[in-house]
Ligand binder design. Structure first.
Ligand code: GYE
Length: 324
């Protein structure tokens, strides 16, 4: 285990700590100065998540970091338990992708008191006290929603309304669900012909996306557009739309977010019309940040992921090299 040396420690104390560690396995020059990182993942709800898990696991190996990986199965209580157990195990750093935005202050204070740096990965928390974590690495979900809405506005430029939209939201209370909804809503707000006639959570899964879309189709005969907060829910909805005898991408236009391979294939096939990309490949940057945080080095408060958007033509071109 890497022996932490908090930057704030006075020089005298520092000597003390180093002396105390002298007989241990982490002496300077010893071969076992490995960092241990506790990582609490949201779950395995989507293709995005699977690619993200793989990226984190591979990057940890590559960086020589010992990874304690815990899957929360989309439950906040499991994440809180995992984080407390990481504290007990005296890991050197904790990273996690918070399933929902709120309710983290207590456990994050416990981590802070234990002197363990925290790195938020992929999803944000709404804690007012930003000293509870060192940095947040991930996408700007509001912008992803905005790009999705802007595409729609252009697609219906000069056409008369109403344009009836149904929305499949991500996990209730999660940062990507809150922010994508907001970004999309803002982008279409100026033109009253755009109407969100139904909006419900599909929990970011294919199965739930299908189920909720079936209910939407039963309740509404006049759906023009589906906005799904991720590819997987969109793919589930495609099954529902086809099951109802309609043509996805034509009878109902579909916008999704992520751009995982299956989504990109459906886009290339014309079943999805537009995808805003969200990159899950956060592992290598996360490991860099972990190393710096453990050493007490300065790191930026926010690390943004770069991403683009795809039309069917662009999806066809990008698919052969798509990594996830
Ligand atoms: O879009 C979705 C996943 O938090 C950005 O979570 C992530 C989202 C992603 O389940 O597919």
């Amino acid at each position: 285990m890497f022996k932490k040396v908090p930057a704030a420690l006075a020089a005298g104390l520092l000597t003390l700590v180093l002396t105390a560690c002298g007989g241990g396995d982490a002496g300077a020059g010893g071969g076992s100065d490995r960092i241990t990182l506790g990582f609490s993942q949201v779950g395995a709800e989507s293709g995005w998540r699977t690619a993200n898990t793989k990226s984190v696991q591979e990057a940890a190996k590559e960086a020589g970091i010992d990874l304690k990986f815990s899957d929360a199965q989309q439950k906040q209580e499991n994440q809180i338990k995992a984080i407390r157990s990481f504290i007990q195990q005296k890991v050197d750093a904790i990273a996690f992708s918070p399933v929902v935005e709120s309710g983290w202050d207590t456990v994050l204070k416990e981590v802070k008191d234990a002197g363990i740096p925290v790195i938020l990965t992929d999803r944000a928390v709404d804690s007012a006290d930003t000293s509870l974590y060192r940095t947040f690495i991930g996408s700007d979900f509001v912008i992803e929603g905005q790009k999705s809405g802007e595409w729609l506005v252009k697609e219906y430029e000069g056409k008369s309304g109403p344009v009836n939209i149904v929305e499949l939201q991500g996990t209730t209370g999660s940062a990507p669900a809150n922010d994508r909804k907001k970004g999309f809503g803002d982008a279409i707000a100026a033109d009253p012909k755009f109407k969100i006639i139904a909006s419900q959570t599909g929990d970011f899964t294919r199965a739930k996306g299908k189920e909720v879309m079936e209910a939407f189709l039963k309740a509404h005969k006049d759906i023009d557009v589906l906005f799904a907060h991720n590819d997987d829910m969109g793919l589930g909805a495609i099954e529902a739309i086809e099951g109802a005898g309609l043509k996805p991408g034509t009878d109902i236009k579909i916008i999704t977010i992520d751009a995982v391979k299956d989504g990109m294939q459906a886009l290339a096939d014309g079943k999805i019309n537009f995808i805003a990309e969200c990159s899950p490949l956060l592992g290598p940057q996360l490991m860099d940040l972990v190393k710096k945080a453990v050493k007490g080095e300065q790191i930026p408060q926010r690390v943004l992921t770069e991403e683009t958007t795809f039309t069917p033509e662009q999806a066809k071109a990008a698919l052969p090299d798509r990594k996830y």
